[in-house]
Design a binder for this molecule. Structure first.
Ligand SMILES: Cc1cc2nc3c(=O)[nH]c(=O)nc-3n(C[C@H](O)[C@H](O)[C@H](O)COP(=O)(O)OP(=O)(O)OC[C@H]3O[C@@H](n4cnc5c(N)ncnc54)[C@H](O)[C@@H]3O)c2cc1C
Length: 317
């Protein structure tokens, strides 16, 4: 049986793997069969990860984190966890290949997924004008005309934040009123750079190599129109990837995995969680990496305590 299995290969999973491997825990990282490397594989320049003043491409950063984890002895498999049994002292992890792995501790670092509109151009122009994260990408839109899609608190927050860079920010919303809290609405309404486009949904994002506009459909009369733009920020929600642990671990109101205070300890002993799957607020590569560190240290202490309390084998006579 292994000591530690880490599920997920984003900044949280690989950082946990670096710490755990350096503590001689020889962790197995289940990296996913198609999405190894996590969310940063979908982006181009990362300018805010400390240590890279000239910026680094998302996939290159993730390759470096993987290399660092493997250098210290982490084992990486490109497979998916399809079933998880976290009750009792032996945690069982079933992989897509059918193989079953067992460990005394598990770190769950499966991230979260930004909700997509699900239209042509959205995936193709991701990192080329389509973004889900104003904190990450706002800086690239200085003096540009952009749109935020959504009507909740996060859409208002993103729109208001983006006016620091953009010359004009449209907020495109399907209805004629917002879901956002009063205070967030007021802030957006009072901002001269923000213009609301009501009763409209984006049905197409235009551009070959970079966004140059969107096609809108009026939700009341069905008419369509084009809006020229340099960028589109999609702010229609975020879903923590917790389907494997529903009814197995306690979740928060926001749908993230519940952890004990500042630790990574979940409601099941020996199971730790890190990164965006526990974080409804910050969701950055560096916060996910820090959270991976916490999980590795918590797992290390847990495993050390297990060893200390293990029954001593009767000496052979
Ligand atoms: C387009 C884009 C651009 C971004 N740009 C920046 C930026 O510039 N700077 C910044 O700080 N942040 C940026 N972010 C946010 C950042 O990517 C995330 O905060 C960070 O990746 C979260 O790390 P994580 O390890 O928690 O999760 P993730 O990176 O989401 O990784 C989770 C991993 O778990 C795997 N996984 C899930 N389920 C399973 C399973 N059942 N079995 C095996 N593996 C599984 C996934 O495949 C994935 O590899 C960006 C996000 C996006 C979407």
């Amino acid at each position: 049986m292994r000591q530690l299995i880490i599920i997920g290969s984003g900044p949280a999973g690989y950082t946990a793997a670096i710490y755990a491997a350096r503590a001689n825990l020889q962790p197995l990282v289940v990296a996913s069969s198609v999405e190894a490397g996590g969310e940063l594989m979908n982006t181009t320049e990362v300018e805010n990860f400390p240590g890279f003043p000239e910026a680094i491409q998302g996939p290159e950063l993730m390759a470096k984190l993987q290399e660092q984890a493997e250098k210290f002895g982490a084992e990486v498999v490109y497979d998916d966890v399809v079933e998880l049994d976290v009750d009792g002292p032996v945690k069982t992890v079933k992989l897509g290949s059918g193989k079953v792995e067992e460990a005394s501790a598990v770190i769950f670092a499966t991230g979260s997924a930004y909700r997509k509109i699900g239209i042509e151009g959205e995936e193709r122009l991701s990192g080329r004008g389509v973004s889900w994260c104003a904190t990450c990408d706002g800086f690239f839109f200085r003096e540009k005309t952009i749109a935020v899609v959504g009507g909740g608190d996060s859409a208002m927050e993103e729109a208001t934040f983006l006016t620091r860079f953009a010359s004009k920010v449209y907020v495109i919303h399907r209805r004629d009123s917002l879901r956002a809290s009063k205070i967030m609405q007021e802030r957006a309404f009072n901002n001269d750079k923000i213009e609301f486009v009501w009763n409209s949904e984006v049905i197409d994002i235009l551009g070959e190599d970079a966004v140059n506009g969107v096609v809108l459909r009026n939700t009341l009369d069905g008419t369509t129109s084009e809006l020229p733009l340099d960028g589109v920020f999609v702010a229609i929600g975020n879903d923590p990837r917790t389907h494997l642990v529903h009814n197995k671990l306690q979740l928060t109101m926001e749908g993230t995995i519940q952890v004990d205070g500042r630790s990574s300890r979940t409601s099941s002993e020996g199971v730790f969680a890190a990164g965006d799957v526990v974080d409804p607020t910050y969701r950055q590569a560096v916060t996910a990496a820090a959270s991976g560190t916490v999980a590795a240290l918590d797992a290390e202490h847990f495993l050390a305590a297990l060893e200390e309390h293990a029954p001593v084998e009767a000496a052979a006579v």
